[in-house]
Design a protein. Structure first.
Length: 241
């Protein structure tokens, strides 16, 4: 829900890089050179270093002292832990939102679902991912608990980046995901949330499975591509004697 504080040059650079990672324009595991970022943004290395430190706090980059900074590249275990923590926090936020403002939250959830449906029709997966994030934001805006919001903000960027980079690679998505969102929105609108916990649990668990499978496939394809490049680079018309 939050973005880096605006004002400083470093924060502005961080915001631009953050958006590029979340939108999938910069891939997971991508190297980020301080010199290149300074050149791209026409700034010195000082605001770039500030930006990278901010992004490290958000979990979006990993700083290395003797090599280029890299965009976070989660393991399957990290994805599982993130999804587990997400469910614990998100279920409580959704339950509080339903208890306090079911009609208002339901109206916003339904409006976002309509946007998601339009994105599917337009084959706009980036727009769908952004709408997906807006859907889950609703729980926190209506939960009335600042500490839940802070816990959500702590991992928001990573969740959004995984959603953009991996969700579109999962078979059957986004249609299965869309059905879950429609069902949850209907629960709020109809004032019936008896199955909210189990629906949200199943939704996030399937998300975890999809992300892990998509990550595995992406890495296998990347390894195959690197192998093909190496073979082409080493190919010669004459055998080694």
């Amino acid at each position: 829900m939050k973005k880096p504080h605006e004002g400083s040059l470093g924060s502005k650079v961080a915001s631009r890089v953050r958006d590029a990672i979340i939108h999938g324009d910069i891939a997971l595991g991508e190297s980020l050179s301080e010199d290149l970022l300074a050149e791209v943004f026409s700034v010195s290395r000082t605001p770039v270093r500030e930006a990278l430190r901010q992004l490290e706090v958000q979990g979006l980059v990993e700083l290395h002292t003797k090599s280029a900074t890299k965009v976070f590249d989660p393991t399957p275990e990290q994805i599982s832990e993130l999804c587990e923590a997400r469910f614990v926090v998100e279920h409580r936020a959704a339950a509080l939102a339903f208890a306090k403002s079911p009609a208002e939250a339901g109206a916003e959830l339904s409006a976002v679902v309509d946007d998601m449906e339009q994105c599917i029709k337009n084959d706009d997966m980036q727009g769908y991912g952004e709408a997906d994030s807006r859907f889950h934001d609703v729980f926190y805006r209506y939960c009335g608990n600042r500490y839940l919001v802070s816990m959500y903000d702590l991992n928001l960027a990573q969740v959004a980046a995984l959603r953009t980079n991996l969700a579109s690679l999962s078979p059957g998505e986004p249609h299965r995901s869309f059905a879950d969102h429609r069902l949850i929105a209907d629960m709020f609108s109809e004032g019936q949330a008896d199955e909210l916990e189990e629906t949200l649990r199943a939704h996030i668990h399937r998300t975890e499975e999809n992300y892990v499978a998509a990550l595995k496939g992406m890495r296998e394809n990347s390894e195959e591509s690197r192998l093909s490049v190496l073979k082409r680079a080493l190919r010669t018309d004459r055998p080694i004697r």
